[in-house]
Design a protein around this ligand. Structure first.
Ligand SMILES: Cc1ncc(COP(=O)(O)O)c(C=O)c1O
Length: 461
């Protein structure tokens, strides 16, 4: 990249440290600077337009430029730009949002604790779980089981629950008491002749074996995303969650649904927990909660969990946890407005109406010479590229082909996300039929160009 001195790109390279970026490569390549957005489209600083095929980071559900959210923020900023919820203080946006979430979420998830990101919310969950079992007089019941390829964020406890090597390597993670069980990816880990249901049974058996190996009296909770996102958009077999929950209930283990991506319509129901019939004891939401216009997340707990925590806070004299910005009134007001828009515009019906076209559009690429698997549900999906379709062999090394496809997609005006050699799709929920077609037209060109590149590089089997 030719970077002009003192240009925004040069200043970015000089001073701005980027998450999830190879910093030395960034010095050479520089940033893609996005300046504005409207609907499902964003524009870079050269005026080039892209379809935001990932809704940013799986989050801008209502797209860009939603004026009602701007208004909600401006009004709340004028009225009360900040207040907190420590020591019995409260404010109306926080009350309204907590009430709405309690109403929307399944079962007796009735009590809401706010944080600012998915990571903070999941760190909060770990502390809730530990506090819960201390409150019940079970100090040894502390282990939390997550999954290989699960993603729960990057703060110390959340990164520990995340089951991806780059979130642990050289960060001295995971911390104690966090364990990982099998990843429910049938295409990759299913055995020859095994049905999806038998695979799901094997996954649940593996969880049970781990619990028994550790001692059920030491295992406190199981956490999972209904559909794994950052691990590669992995949709579990339909019967997976039922079997996992049965194991958890058998050993008195809390079920935690991390709905940070799935929540608010992404999977075709309001929550991924409804799509996969999960009745969690604790649910975590963020991202689409505010259409990402402001940072806010929430941990929603059942009556049973609440009662234990409340009793313990009374015993100690306080619940010694909370963030300066827990339930920030401006973020909460934007979230309330987001949820109102979902309801008024019946976003869920819209997702149900366009999702079949989206899923069919993705599956049309299944015949491509190097597409190994196409997977997805609702308005989220992925295409996995392989070196050899018949053996499912991945490219060696894994990664460069995915990077190439991601680059070709950008050149063709669509922003996606490469997760090793899978390309993830997660467009704003407001995407229309016509725009879905446009998204796949642009992606199709990128895929054909990548195919030519694979041949030219001699990577084809
Ligand atoms: C399922 C899930 N949980 C937690 C997180 C972490 O959220 P944040 O990046 O807001 O900390 C993410 C982020 O992508 C996520 O996908």
């Amino acid at each position: 990249m030719n970077v002009r001195p003192n240009s925004p790109a040069a200043r970015d390279i000089a001073h701005h440290l980027h998450p999830y970026t190879n910093w030395r490569k960034h010095e050479a390549d520089g940033p893609l600077i996005i300046n504005s957005g409207k609907g499902i489209y964003v524009q870079d600083d050269q005026g080039k337009e892209y379809i935001e095929g990932m809704a940013g980071l799986w989050c801008t559900s209502l797209g860009f430029g939603e004026e009602r959210l701007v208004q909600a923020a401006a009004e709340q900023m004028r009225k009360l730009p900040y207040y907190h919820a420590f020591a019995h203080k409260s404010h109306n946006p926080g009350i309204d949002l907590a009430e709405r979430l309690a109403d929307m979420t399944p079962g007796d998830l009735n009590h809401v604790f706010f944080a600012n990101s998915g990571s903070e919310a999941n760190d909060t969950v770990v502390k809730f779980v530990w506090y819960f079992n201390n409150a019940l007089g079970r100090p040894e019941k502390k282990k939390i089981i997550s999954r290989i390829k699960g993603y729960h964020g990057v703060t110390v406890a959340s990164a520990s629950m995340t089951g991806l090597p780059n979130n642990h390597r050289d960060f001295d993670l995971p911390i104690a008491n966090i364990l990982h069980t099998e990843c429910p990816h049938y295409y990759r880990f299913g055995q020859a002749g095994e049905t999806e249901d038998a695979f799901a049974t094997r996954m649940a058996d593996a969880l049970e074996a781990k619990i028994l190996e550790e001692g059920p009296e030491t295992v406190a909770a199981f956490i999972g995303e209904p559909v794994m996102g950052a691990g590669g958009v992995i949709v579990p077999p339909r019967t997976y969650w039922k079997k996992i929950q049965a194991v958890c209930r058998k050993y008195d283990i809390l079920v935690i649904a991390d709905e940070v991506i799935c929540g608010f319509g992404r999977t075709g129901e309001m929550f991924g927990s409804q799509t996969f019939e999960i009745q969690p004891d604790i649910m975590v939401v963020a991202k689409q909660l505010s259409s990402a216009y402001l940072p806010i997340s929430a941990v929603i707990i059942s009556d049973k969990v609440y009662d234990a925590l409340a009793d313990n806070s009374a015993k100690i004299g306080t619940f010694g946890h909370g963030y300066t910005y827990s339930g920030h009134p401006v973020a909460a007001a934007v979230a309330v407005e987001t949820l109102k828009i979902y309801e008024e515009r019946d976003i869920l019906s819209h997702v149900k109406a366009v999702a079949p076209l989206f899923q069919e559009g993705l599956r049309k690429f299944a015949d491509h010479p190097h597409v190994g698997e196409v997977r997805g549900v609702g308005l989220v999906g992925a295409i996995e590229l392989v070196a050899d379709k018949s053996t499912k062999a991945s490219f060696d090394p894994a990664g460069p082909v995915g990077v190439q496809l991601d680059k070709r997609a950008i050149a063709n005006g669509v922003i996606l996300r490469n997760i090793v050699d899978s390309l993830a799709f997660c467009p704003p929920l407001i995407i229309t039929d016509k725009q879905i077609k446009e998204l796949f037209d642009r992606f199709g060109k990128a895929l054909d160009e990548t195919e030519a590149w694979i041949k030219a590089e001699g990577l084809a089997v």
